[in-house]
Design a protein around this ligand. Structure first.
Ligand SMILES: Cc1cc2nc3c(=O)[nH]c(=O)nc-3n(C[C@H](O)[C@H](O)[C@H](O)COP(=O)(O)OP(=O)(O)OC[C@H]3O[C@@H](n4cnc5c(N)ncnc54)[C@H](O)[C@@H]3O)c2cc1C
Length: 460
């Protein structure tokens, strides 16, 4: 549809979106600086241009935690890079260094430092305590946070217990430390009331080893006691607990579990809590119907409206491969513009559902963010009832631009060691070197008008 043929409300929204997006782009530190380039991410830049190199670097990043010496590290690096047919010049230099022991030691040290540097862009500290300095700095700069404790996949009850105990400890550490933080009114209150400073994101799959698609009730029952413990802890400490969403095979179990527990009598008064809606799922509009019904029914008795974090979804490749293996049609959209368009439709429905729900729009896509702000403004909002969320390391410039507009932004901050961080790191790298990524387009220097253009019309 050309601009001239858009109905007037749509045209008004597109115009407002463009001015909001331009304002945000102008407020990005260093103009249109891209996070992929800003941190001197040579590996990521190179990887996004060369699929073989990308695969080699991913395999390398995966084995780093298991390497015992610099020599070992260099052998793996040159081994993986040796599979690249036409290596770019920096890779060819690395390969030559791999020919001698001294060269391998130097290469191993450089590679270890490189991987650590990359991981530390995404991870704020090894423990919640170690992360407090960064979290406080963010807060001082007008940026709230949600801490995510990285962990390996939980396969035993002991691991699930350990994860739950780490979460309880994190809630206590955050609640105690955040009390001494300076006032930041934009981050602490919205139209529905006060917003907790301490905010923890948790994964249900880490709270139970039994979360399986073929026996969802068992997984739910097993996770319920540990999740209840965390909800009690958050309520007593006045913290917010957010439940992340993972792949589709656990989506229904997670959603039912969260809504059932929050409807229990003992959680009426608190804590503040939230869940995640994934716009890449074709059936996400129906999921939202269910959440809106819940908010009008059982949820209406709660003191804190449920926060819905809208994302596109981080498991796209997994869902496509899983569906292909079973001969199913994919549950996710296969065209990026379809996910983008659905994200915008869900954004508008969520914003219209306030105050029964609190809304958090999580994206690094300038258009997706600008669309939410513009729709809120056209509805008479001043931005205080919409939260914008980014991931640490990917959304740093955007987070600054949003905070500079006086809007509420929250950065998702993973905490954990390098080993635990690997799966997270690989997922972020995969996502952001993909051709369908907004950040990759931004890195290529795609002009602002194109970055802010409406997602292409669906081919029907
Ligand atoms: C604060 C925060 C919390 C998050 N929490 C979660 C969570 O709990 N669960 C979760 O799953 N994700 C979560 N994510 C990740 C999120 O789902 C996205 O993967 C990530 O933000 C990239 O989307 P974007 O809008 O930033 O970028 P864009 O570049 O605009 O979008 C990229 C996304 O588009 C989709 N996509 C890519 N290719 C295609 C295609 N060919 N067809 C259709 N769709 C495609 C994928 O979802 C991909 O991630 C979170 C993100 C943030 C910022």
């Amino acid at each position: 549809m050309s601009e001239g043929s858009l109905p007037s409300a749509r045209r008004e929204l597109e115009q407002r979106l463009f001015s909001v997006g331009s304002r945000l782009a102008a407020a990005l530190p260093g103009g249109m600086r891209n996070p992929l380039k800003a941190a001197d991410e040579k590996a990521m830049e190179l990887a996004s241009q060369d699929a073989e190199l990308k695969a080699a670097l991913f395999r390398f990043v995966d084995v780093v935690p298991a390497c015992r010496s610099l020599d070992d590290l260099a052998r793996h690096l040159t081994g993986f890079l040796g599979e690249v047919e036409a290596p770019p010049p920096p890779v060819a230099v690395a390969m030559r260094m791999g020919n001698s022991r001294a060269g391998r030691t130097a290469l191993g040290a450089a590679a270890a430092a490189g991987v650590k540097h990359m991981a530390h862009r995404f991870i704020v500290g090894e423990t919640p305590k170690a992360a407090l300095g960064t979290l406080r700095e963010l807060w001082k700069d007008g940026v709230a946070s949600s801490v995510d404790l990285l962990g390996e996949a939980t396969v035993t009850q002991a691991e699930a217990e350990r994860y739950a105990a780490r979460c309880e400890d994190a809630l206590q550490t955050l609640a105690a430390a955040t009390r001494g933080w300076p006032d930041r009114s934009a981050l602490e209150r919205d139209g529905a009331g006060p917003l907790p400073r301490a905010n923890l994101s948790v994964k249900v799959s880490a709270l139970t080893p039994l979360l399986r698609p073929d026996a969802p009730e068992r997984g739910k029952r097993d996770a319920a006691d540990r999740l209840r413990r965390l909800l009690r802890g958050a309520r007593e400490l006045g913290a917010h607990l957010h439940i992340d969403m993972e792949s589709l095979d656990s989506r229904d179990a997670v959603l039912e579990l969260v809504l059932e527990l929050l409807a229990e009598e003992e959680f009426r008064a608190g804590p503040s809590a939230g869940m995640v809606l994934q716009a890449y799922l074709r059936d996400s509009p129906q999921t939202l119907d269910g959440v809106v019904d819940w908010a009008a029914g059982a949820g209406a008795a709660r003191a804190h409206p449920l926060t819905v974090r809208l994302v596109k979804g981080a498991y796209w490749d997994h869902e496509i491969v899983e569906a292909a293996q079973h001969g199913w049609s994919p549950p996710v959209f296969e065209v990026k513009a379809d996910s983008d368009r659905n994200f915008e439709q869900l954004t508008r429905r969520l914003l219209d559902a306030r105050p029964a729900l609190r809304v958090a729009i999580a994206s690094h896509n300038l258009r997706s963010i600008a669309h939410a702000i513009a729709y809120d403004e056209l509805g008479g909002g001043d931005g205080s009832d919409v939260e914008l969320q980014v991931l640490r390391g990917l959304g740093d410039p955007l987070q600054q631009a949003i905070a500079a507009q006086g809007l509420r932004v929250r950065t998702y901050c993973p905490v954990g060691d390098l080993v635990a961080g690997m799966a997270y790191l690989v997922r972020r790298l995969l996502e952001n070197t993909s051709n369908a990524s907004f950040l990759a387009d931004q890195a290529k220097g795609v002009p602002l008008e194109e970055l802010l253009a409406a997602p292409a019309a669906a081919v029907r």
